[in-house]
Design a protein around this ligand. Structure first.
Ligand code: NDP
Length: 273
């Protein structure tokens, strides 16, 4: 019998995950389906029961359920317990196991492009859920230190404590206080939601150079103002869609125990823009 998968969240109609996974199934001739399923805040428990009843084989989780979903897991992978949020679940006879593929998804473009992280100075803008997975990634790859700049200083401080706990030297600062200090860093990542509504770049990139790696995890629009400013400086660019693809490829591998057809998934994703 074919296998079924889903992505749950709210809002969910904009999700590109069904396109990406369906393209992978077509490419490899797998008898599988993948749908987007809206579960509003406060209805997660019933939603999960529903998914178990239809014997779903696995699902992805997006905003706003990534943290709350942890309560409904029977088992978790160490990526999930480390980051404290779940974005991928397997269902084996009603036993739900959680994983977090955001960290590997974030790191994937560095690996694909052979970009070094070890011993680099990192500026991370944002301190939300995605930023936490990113901090775990920089700790894993042994960055030298990370400056976490955020609108709410308290959230940056909490994330900086987490970074230190997992062995990454870190400091926290208000985002307006790093507006002109981009030149001091090797890697600059935007993990705020600034850009989603075409807002201007959260910091000035005027004094970066062509070696600076500029990574925007916002993927819609693809060319945010932050990315455009980095392009003007001929910096090394990583787009948000590359992280999205990386986390989807890793989820595919967890579910299907085979290498993800990355190029077919990429083509489907870029066709969705
Ligand atoms: P969260 O809601 O957990 O965090 C949002 C972050 O953005 C916080 O740091 C928040 O600051 C900051 N922020 C929001 N609005 C503003 C503003 N107007 N000015 C300054 N800072 C602001 O979201 P996530 O961490 O889950 O996601 C963040 C972004 O990353 C989203 O755009 C999401 O689409 C994208 N994303 C992309 C992925 C990919 O695969 N490419 C994967 C996951 C997320 P504060 O703490 O002050 O509220």
């Amino acid at each position: 019998m074919g296998k079924s998968f889903a992505v749950i969240g709210d809002p969910i109609d904009h999700s590109l995950s069904p396109n990406i996974h369906s393209a992978a199934f077509r490419e490899l001739n797998l008898d599988c389906s993948y749908i987007a399923y809206r579960i509003p805040t406060g209805e997660l428990e019933e939603g999960i029961e529903g998914l178990k009843k239809i014997k779903i084989d696995g699902f992805n989780i997006t905003i706003p359920h990534k943290v709350e979903m942890m309560k409904y897991l029977d088992k978790m992978d160490e990526s999930c317990s480390l980051i404290g949020a779940v974005n991928t679940v397997t269902n084996k006879d009603g036993v739900l196991k959680g994983y977090n593929t955001d960290m590997d998804g974030f790191l994937e473009p560095f690996k694909k492009k052979k970009l070094n992280i070890e011993n680099t100075k990192v500026l991370l803008l944002g301190a939300g859920g995605a930023a936490r997975a990113i901090v775990a990634g920089f700790a894993k790859e042994k960055a030298k230190n990370i400056t976490i700049a955020n609108r709410t200083l308290e959230n940056a401080k909490n994330l900086s404590e987490f970074a230190k706990k997992i062995g990454l030297s870190a400091n926290a600062i208000k985002i307006e206080d790093v507006k002109d200090s981009a030149k001091d860093y090797d890697i600059i990542v935007n993990a705020t939601s600034i850009g989603l509504r075409n807002e201007p770049s959260p910091i000035s990139l005027d004094n970066i150079n062509e070696k600076t790696i500029v990574y925007d995890i916002v993927y819609m629009p693809m060319n945010t103002d932050f990315i455009k400013k980095a392009k003007e400086k001929n910096a090394v660019i990583i787009f948000g869609y590359e992280m999205l693809l990386g986390q989807a490829a890793r989820a595919f591998e967890i579910w299907h125990h085979m290498e993800a057809p990355y190029n077919a998934m990429k083509k489907a994703l870029l066709g969705g823009f």
